[in-house]
Design a protein. Structure first.
Length: 253
């Protein structure tokens, strides 16, 4: 991704922002804004300006071209509109505009996964680097589409170890389809491991994936459905704590 540019969208839900004044001031303090008796709207503007300043500084340090947009409409609609001409979207799993607790992945993220017109990368809270790639394949075209999209977008990662994780609970993947995928992967990658899971898709499988160290996980529509349904609020740990690796999700509309 050398010579790539970053477009940052600073979203503000002016119609349905129900956060309390205490919450807004706490966010302002986290952004580095000096607290005083300024009105809430002033605090919000200061926070946004401070965060934009920090982003510009970080991009300048890394020599990344950065474009900034401030959007004040319906947040998810604004991002979906931007996705039409984007290569991919980076989003935090807990991005939300609700005042009440929103289970992770939030409603905003689920909508984005369903309707974005480009791949979405769900980001962990912190990440130290990419040491391996994990491609999930469940026999559906969306899985292959996601793997190809990822490969074309990130050609510089082709020297990393790759694990092709095949999920075939009902033994429906045709051997010829798997052979074609393997041959295609061998053209683009040199270090490939094949693992087959003959099990149903459950949260346990996803948890095993995202506990991998330094992994970049790639999923098609399968990943979208797992993120939407596999994790339940009743789990002992918040999903946010489980998302320790970036997850690349896309589907062929």
């Amino acid at each position: 991704m050398s010579h790539s540019s970053l477009t940052a969208i600073f979203l503000e839900d002016t119609l349905f922002d129900t956060r309390t004044e205490h919450t807004i001031r706490a966010c302002a303090m986290e952004a580095g804004v000096t607290l005083d008796d300024a009105p809430v709207e002033t605090m919000k503007r200061r926070s946004c300006a401070q965060n934009i300043k920090r982003l510009r500084a970080a991009c300048a340090t890394q020599e990344i071209t950065c474009n900034i947009y401030r959007e004040c409409g319906e947040p998810v609609n604004e991002v979906i509109r931007e996705s039409v001409c984007a290569d991919f979207i980076l989003v935090d799993a807990d991005t939300s505009f609700r005042n009440s607790p929103d289970p992770v992945p939030t409603g905003f993220v689920k909508e984005l996964l369903n309707y974005a017109q480009c791949p979405v990368i769900v980001m962990p809270e912190s990440f130290e680097g990419i040491q391996q790639l994990i491609f999930t394949y469940d026999g559906k075209l969306s899985s292959i589409f996601a793997i190809k999209q990822f490969t074309y977008l990130f050609p510089d990662l082709n020297r990393l170890p790759v694990t092709l994780l095949t999920i075939d609970a009902d033994n429906k993947i045709a051997p010829e389809d798997l052979r074609r995928l393997q041959e295609w992967l061998e053209v683009h990658y040199t270090n490939i491991t094949w693992i087959n899971y003959e099990t149903s898709v459950r949260a346990g499988l996803m948890e095993e994936l995202i506990y991998k160290h330094g992994a970049f996980i790639v999923m098609g529509a399968y990943g979208r459905s797992v993120f939407s349904t596999a994790f339940q609020p009743s789990h002992a740990k918040q999903v946010l704590e489980l998302v320790t690796q970036p997850v690349f999700i896309t589907h062929n509309h």
